[in-house]
Write a protein that binds this ligand. Structure first.
Ligand SMILES: [Zn+2]
Ligand SMILES: [Zn+2]
Length: 265
């Protein structure tokens, strides 16, 4: 039995003898099946050709895969005096990454913006003794490897510790969530592509599908704006390496929402 992993989105599936016939995440209208057809790999095969890199991304420890794999996911370590949380996830894990995180106080939980980052989340949870993986219940159908560590939550916000709060925004996915990080110096929102940092790194965009360029409607964007409005933050860490709004992010968010709503009006 093998835990097959989709080559296109990097999500690990529940164990099976043969590769699954479909990847529902890639067949969904928000993603796409690779042009050469659905294909699979495994954690061990991936580890033979790719490495997990661990390095700083603008003041936050980050994890990514080289050469680029799947969607190009990168994960972030939200470090707080009350415990650390891995934000989003990638399809590989290494002894070096685990050792570095343990050196910084370990990991109390994993939280993931939406299914394009589920990747090898169970492997990461197990490497830290089966810590919970917080996913909004509205995205339950996208979990391809069900596991007791997956902790579905309901509602609009979930405090993980005194410094970290999950905020359900919806939009790109119904259960799409971001993580607010009350941080000494400059608080942040870790957003994945629920709030998408665009190349100016001074603006955000809000799409239902990024690869297929399907915009969100006004009501969904207003709802996202309202969800993050009560929180103070200076920075937004987006979905990719260096894709971050550093300084003035709250104002950038306000301007971006207005700009977006004007564009689709
Ligand atoms: Zn897939
Ligand atoms: Zn996505």
């Amino acid at each position: 039995m093998t835990y097959f992993m989709c080559l296109q989105c990097g999500v690990q599936f529940t164990e099976s003898e043969l590769p699954p016939e479909h990847c529902p995440i890639c067949e969904d209208e928000r993603q796409y099946v690779r042009w050469e057809g659905q294909a699979w790999t495994t954690f061990d095969d991936l580890a033979r050709t790719h490495i997990l890199v661990v390095r700083d991304d603008t003041g936050v420890l980050a994890f990514g895969i080289e050469p680029r794999f799947a969607i190009g996911q990168r994960a972030l370590l939200a470090e707080t005096p009350d415990g650390n949380v891995l934000w989003d996830c990638v399809s590989l894990i290494s002894d070096e990454a685990v050792a570095e995180i343990k050196r910084r106080g370990g990991l109390q939980a994993i939280a993931i913006s939406h299914c394009h980052y589920y990747s090898a989340m169970i492997e990461w949870s197990e490497a830290f003794g089966g810590i919970p993986i917080h996913i909004h219940v509205d995205d339950r159908q996208w979990v391809m490897r069900p596991h007791p560590s997956v902790a579905f939550w309901e509602g609009e916000t979930l405090p993980l510790n005194p410094s970290l709060t999950l905020i359900r925004c919806g939009g790109h996915f119904a259960g799409g969530q971001v993580l607010h990080w009350k941080r000494e110096g400059a608080s942040a929102i870790l957003s994945g592509d629920i709030l998408q940092v665009v190349p100016t790194r001074r603006h955000l965009s809000f799409m239902y599908s990024y690869p297929n360029q399907i915009p969100l409607n006004a009501r969904s964007v207003q709802r996202i704006a309202a969800a993050v409005e009560p929180f103070d933050y200076d920075n937004i860490y987006g979905a990719w390496w260096g894709s971050n709004v550093i300084g003035g992010a709250r104002e950038a968010m306000r301007i971006s929402v207005d700009r977006y709503l004007a564009a689709i009006a």
